[in-house]
Design a protein. Structure first.
Length: 318
């Protein structure tokens, strides 16, 4: 899996004990959530292979775990079957995988990654993985907006077709902070509305959003924006809070907080919107938070699970 960003932040995180009661994932007519509490170990500084990530997820009350396409590709059919049996025995489901293609660099690098995608997509299909996603860099030093849109549409449509052929939906995550937008010469896609344009330009069924409360907040969006989407439009979600003492425009992308740490971001509204549209996929924490990353695996998973469950409970009470 291509690494998303380095863990570089000075923001603080408050660790707590794990909630003792695991919340159910089933939805009902009373407006309960359908989405799953998902562990993406790398996003909280936890170093674990696929099997260890599964163990940690079950141990700390998560309901889903991020699949690793590279790991799955190395397994035989028998080993994949054994792994999925283990996943089921732990009462877990798969979250969303990262796109195992580096599409942002030169053409040769992209073609090399694309050539290996069918094998990885086939391994994910054999394991039952149905969601894959990546993020969109919000600025470029080399490509104008129009040039960048053409390149993204051309490259990502090729990825999306491979994934669709293997039964996988493909999600795109826009990056919202103004500090990221102005970090390079030419601004690019950084809002929900612009991502809709990119999805339309890609033109492949099954392409949708990776939503992140952090980018939703930093892009200046509202619950009404979420309600323009349907469950079919959303492939995966990330849940984060923002540091105190900064305006929305001053927020820095790799300096975040666990959900509910500060209350800067309206997580009740964000999750409530997901409940309203019937979103039924994974929700993961992605704080890129150095104090959290410095914890041992057990403590980091416990703190993350507690924070996310608190946010889920707040949304369901709203």
């Amino acid at each position: 899996m291509i690494p998303r960003r380095k863990f570089l932040t000075t923001a603080a995180v408050t660790a707590g004990s794990l909630l003792s009661v695991r919340t159910g994932r089933a939805a009902d007519s009373s407006g309960k959530r359908q989405f799953t509490l998902s562990l993406r170990a790398s996003s909280i500084g936890v170093k674990a292979d696929q099997r260890e990530a599964m163990r940690l997820a079950a141990r700390h009350g998560f309901e889903a775990v991020t699949p690793d396409p590279g790991f799955l590709t190395k397994l035989s059919d028998t080993q994949i079957s054994e792994l999925t049996d283990r996943l089921n025995s732990l009462d877990l489901v798969w979250g969303a995988a990262g796109l195992p293609v580096e599409y942002r660099k030169d053409e040769a690098t992209f073609r090399e990654g694309l050539a290996g995608l069918p094998e990885k997509a086939a391994a994910m299909r054999a394991a039952g993985v149905t969601r894959v996603g990546t993020w969109v860099t919000p600025a470029s030093d080399d490509l104008t907006y129009t040039q960048n849109m053409k390149q993204h549409a051309a490259r990502l449509s090729r990825c999306a077709r491979v994934l669709a052929d293997h039964g996988q939906r493909f999600g795109l995550e826009y990056v919202g902070p103004q500090t990221s937008l102005i970090s390079r010469r030419y601004p690019f896609v950084h809002t929900m509305a612009e991502t809709k344009d990119l999805i339309a330009a890609i033109g492949v069924d099954g392409v949708g959003f990776i939503l992140d409360s952090w980018h939703w907040y930093t892009a200046g969006e509202t619950v009404d924006d979420l309600l323009t989407l349907t469950n079919r439009d959303v492939v995966a979600c990330d849940l984060n809070d923002a540091p105190l003492g900064r305006t929305r425009e001053q927020q820095i992308d790799n300096q975040r907080e666990l959900p509910m740490a500060t209350g800067v971001i309206d997580l009740a509204g964000f999750l409530g919107g997901l409940i309203e549209i019937g979103y039924d996929g994974p929700v993961r924490a992605e704080p890129f938070n150095q104090p959290l990353a410095a914890m041992d695996n057990e403590a980091a998973c416990a703190a993350t699970a507690e924070a996310m469950k608190s946010a889920f409970a707040l949304a369901e009470r709203a």
